[in-house]
Ligand binder design. Structure first.
Ligand SMILES: *[C@@H]1O[C@H](CO)[C@@H](O)[C@H](O)[C@H]1NC(C)=O
Ligand SMILES: *[C@@H]1O[C@H](CO)[C@@H](O)[C@H](O)[C@H]1NC(C)=O
Length: 359
């Protein structure tokens, strides 16, 4: 028994050393600590628990939602189908793409959709089929992790590349690493060329144009903020703050008919585990154990969307505070006085009326 002590402690020491080496030297991330904003003062509510479920069971995690000029609603789901709902409420499998990483979609003025495929780049989907618009950037690099897209009336396409280091299925590692690996990109159809407008962004996610198209808003999930990028006027090319300290990490953003914006915000961190993001060793530990990551990741526990006016004021907030009906809501689109909600954790699109009693 006594002989075991030196041998056993030697073994234990070797084990601890190997474990530490494993954690730090073979960790998939090289993290920075991240300062999370103070908790939001806006009270939560249960409005998102009252949604009507559209296409229930037919839609596998519909991440984004758009409506075309004929009132047909589109979404891209995990098995690569672009599905659509006609005005009479019937759903159709419209076009199929070989991909499990379809994210943001936008309508195009020549008809059809522009689709972000986090693995392939930017695609055009129309009645004629699927066409690749862009896979490369004009600096010779590949488009990585295309996330959300919007087309302007002059045909230019603005989109985000959330991370040049991690892919869609590893987005949580990008969050743990908390380094600015993202880009804001522009695809020019007349040149068939993609250029970088901004880089060094913290997981740029949603992209929306203002009603006058004089600026766009892009949202940086890890910074709980959205910024304004001027497209016209004397500030053209400049970036300024639009909104900071959102009540979560912003995902997709959509322009509303009144010129305000609907932003889906993610509960990125489980309540009480915020400290993990301030400590590099904890991040290495979490990055190495998927079960720990599931514990720390709060996106499946809640859903929140906010309406932000063009003057940057939050005018409305809608929640499912315990994720009972909807969680991981990634998008909110307003159409004909209703809100349509997409999610990476539901098999339906939520729909709710936007009348004053909900505010
Ligand atoms: C709904 O509209 C679509 C498109 O016009 C049509 O193909 C479909 O048959 C209609 N379904 C029902 C149940 O009326
Ligand atoms: C445009 O460029 C992409 C690569 O980014 C290429 O795959 C595509 O074929 C090009 N399209 C045309 C019309 O040349």
């Amino acid at each position: 028994m006594r002989r075991c002590v030196p041998a056993c402690s030697g073994f234990l020491l070797a084990f601890l050393l190997a474990f530490t080496l494993q954690l730090f030297f073979f960790s998939p991330i090289s993290p920075d600590s991240l300062e999370l904003p103070p908790a939001s003062a806006l009270p939560t509510n249960k409005h998102l628990q009252k949604v009507t479920k559209l296409g229930e069971g037919f839609l596998d995690r519909p991440e984004d939602v758009v409506v075309d000029r004929d009132g047909i609603l589109y979404t891209a789901v995990r098995d690569g189908w672009i599905k659509r709902m006609h005005k009479n409420g019937s759903w159709e499998n419209w076009k199929k793409i070989e991909s499990d990483a379809l994210l943001g979609i936008a309508t195009s003025k020549d008809g059809g959709l522009i689709v972000c495929d986090a693995e392939k780049g930017l695609l055009k989907v129309s009645e004629d089929g699927v066409e690749i618009l862009a896979t490369d950037i004009n600096d010779g690099s590949k488009i990585r992790f295309a996330d959300e897209v919007i087309e302007s009336s002059d045909g230019s396409v603005y989109f985000s590349a959330a991370s040049t280091k991690f892919g869609f299925h590893d987005w949580f590692l990008d969050f743990l690493e908390a380094k600015p690996h993202g880009q804001l990109l522009k695809y020019d159809p007349s040149l068939n060329e993609t250029s970088i407008l901004l880089d060094g962004l913290f997981f740029p996610n949603g992209v929306a144009l203002s009603r006058e198209e004089d600026y766009l808003i892009f949202c940086e999930s890890w910074k709980y903020r959205c910024q304004k990028y001027w497209l016209k006027g004397e500030d053209k090319g400049k970036t300024e703050s639009f909104i900071d300290n959102l009540p979560g990490g912003p995902d997709n953003i959509h322009l509303a008919p009144d010129g305000s914006f609907w932003i889906a915000v993610l509960q990125l961190v489980s309540e009480g585990l915020e400290f993990v993001h301030a400590s590099k060793p904890s991040k290495h530990l979490v990055a190495s154990f998927p079960k720990l990551a599931n514990l720390v990741n709060g996106v499946y526990k809640k859903a929140t969307v906010v309406n932000v006016a063009a003057d940057s004021k939050i005018t409305r907030r809608l929640d499912d505070p315990d994720g009972k009906v909807m969680s991981f809501v990634t998008t909110a689109l307003e159409f004909e006085d209703h809100l349509y909600l997409g999610s990476l954790n539901t098999n339906f699109i939520g729909k709710m009326p936007l009348n004053p009693t909900n505010s």
